[in-house]
Each structure stands twice: as structure tokens, then as C-alpha cells.
Design a protein around this ligand. Sequence first.
Ligand SMILES: *Cc1c(COP(=O)(O)O)cnc(C)c1O
Length: 394
Amino acid sequence: MSDWIEIEKQYYMFCARRQPVTIVRGSGTRVWDDSEKEYLDFTAGWASDSLGHCHPVMVDAITNQANTLLQTSNQFYTLPQLDLAKLLVENSCLDKVFFCNSGAEANEGAIKLARKYGKENLKGAFEIITADNSFHGRTMTTVSATGNVHYQENFLPVTPGFIHVPFNNIEAIKENTGKNTCAVMLEPIQGEGGVNVPDPNFLQQVRSWCDENNILLILDEVQTGMGRLGKLFGYELYGVEPDVITLAKGMGGGVPIGAFLTKDHCDVLRPGDHGSTFGGNPLTCAAAFACCNFIVENDLSKYVTQIGSELKNGLHSIASNNESFIKEVRGEGLLIAVELSEDVSGDLVAACNNQGLLLNPVRPNAVRFMPPLNVSKDDVALGLSRFEDAIKSL
Ligand SMILES: *Cc1c(COP(=O)(O)O)cnc(C)c1O
């Protein structure tokens, strides 16, 4: 054991409450710490390591591209960017894409697009309705979109123009739509908010309302996109077609990339409106293409539905053996939360660390399971037994 924790304390800003685990390498669903202890990683880089750690398809794509071209700029055409654009558009209901470097940046782009759409089509309407407990990022504007005052209160004033309403409540959206509204922006399932699943018809109701009022429906699929919910995109699960979606996390398979995609009717951004030095960079696009192409070609979404229900069923039976400890199991595909009766997610995650299972304490009273999309049946079974052992050890 080295003194990594002390080194971090001395040199790194204290912005993250880390687990006392120093991860040095990974392979598939496993990672190893600096004392060679092995863990089953059901955090998957916060749902970004879609194919697990160091999948050969990712390693090959990155290695080949690193030997070919790392970075030029959007002053020129580059091939991996175009391959990835074509793949995403052809497999979604959207028509055009813009690449950036993170989820927050993807949402910034979508927000700019919606404001320009409002300027051109809705007499300057600029307000965007978002949900309480949503999470859209940490930049000044995306933190303003985020429906959680704790993320905003130290940085006031926030960017104006965001109205927060309760999630899964169509009436609240209706009541808050006015002449200044240009868009509604939602996560299909709220991830950071604690894996909050809406009623099955909620997004359809929002879609109809947006159509009636000629305002945009933006879905933040940074966490739910690229197979995580058992469909390539979360909107498919709810039978709606959004006007704009944003992606990041899982589309890169572990490299930093984001995207926003739009339908043609609201494809309003023009040269000078938006841009990025690294957005659409050959290295990250080649890696993201390898990841997304693997997901599409192997119909990994379908596998996620099967393996996700195994994980969920297993968690349900653990819950029924621990009724006083576990309150609820919820989620879709491989985005699942276990809600606890008390605020003990920190203790539970620490106990899981000891058992060799990495989980995310998404709320004080909830832990989140988000293993790689290709997690095996055996690893799901092992994860479940380690989780049960961790509960017993408390
Ligand atoms: C993680 C997340 C973001 C922010 O992504 P970053 O890459 O951390 O900027 C935005 N929206 C949702 C739904 C997320 O889960």
C-alpha cells in the first residue's frame, strides 16, 4: 500500500469523496487495486465503460488510430468523425450530430440549439423546463439546468431561463409552459437523481404537449443512451421520438466524448454559433465508433434486457430476504438502484468494497448497479452473492 490518499490530499482539489481504493488496472468486469486485490466493477466508470475494461475492440481501435492521426481540428474533414456520425444517425431517429467532449458540453450545445430555435421560430422564447432531481452537468449553464439547488447555491447567479418542475408530472409541465418556453429537457430515467423511473406514458404525454406548443423535446441520454436501458436509446423504451438527444458516458466506452443529435427541423446552428477544438477528434471518435459499432453489431441492447432482468430478479430476491433493510429495487436494463430503508449507502458500499464488489452510493439511501453492458451471467451471479454477503456483514 502506498500513501496515495495522502498524496491526493496534498495535491488534488477536494472535489470528490473517493472510496479508499486505488485502481491500477482493469480487464473486462474486473479491476485490481495497488495491492492486487481484485474487484468486480459494477460502477463501470459511471456507466461509461460499456464494454468493460480494456476490451480488445477498444484497445485495437485506439492503438490503430494513435498510429494514424491523433488530432487535427474541425478546419478539416477527418474520417473517424464521419464514420461515427453516420453510425449514430443511421441507428437513431435523429438526423444530424455534433461531437464534443463530455455530457455537460453535449447539454450546453443542446441548450444553445434550443435557444436559437426559440429565437428563430418562437419569437425569442428562451426558457427551458427541466425536472427536479435531474442532473445535466456541472458547467455554469448545465448546473442551472440541473434540478438540484445544492449544486447551484455556491455559484449564484445561475444562468437564467430554466424552470424546474417535479419529474413525472405532465400537469406541472403544462402549467409552467408559457410564451417564453422553447423546450422541455428531461432524462428518460433520472440517473444521478437515484434511478427514478417515470410512468410508462409520461414521455408520450410530454411529446404530445411539445408538439401542440411547437416546443422542443430534448432528452438527456448521457447516462441512458447506447444500450444501457436495454434499447439503443432510452426514448425507444417509451415509444417517443425526441427532437434532440445528448449522449456521452457509454458512447465512448471509456474515452471522453459527447454528442448532441438533432432532427432536421430544428437543425439551426450555423458556422460561428458553436464549435470545439477537440470535439470530433480522430482518437476519441475511432474509440467511440468501435464501442458503438460493437453494441449495434452484437445487438448488445437485447442482451442488456436479458441480463438486466437477471440482475434485477436477483436483487428482488435479496430484497425479500432483507425486507427491513431494502425498501425498493428499481431501474431498467443495466441501470438499477437498490433503495435502502436508512441512509446507510456509504456503509454498504464500504462493505461491498471489502467483499470485492464496486458499487456507486448514488443517494444517501440508495446504491446504483451499472455494470458493463457485456457483463456475463457468472459475474452477475457473483456480484449478487458478494452484495448479499456485504449486507450480512453489516
Ligand atoms: C453524467 C451526466 C451528465 C454530465 O456528464 P459529464 O460528462 O460528467 O459532463 C449529464 N447528464 C446526465 C444525465 C448524466 O448522467
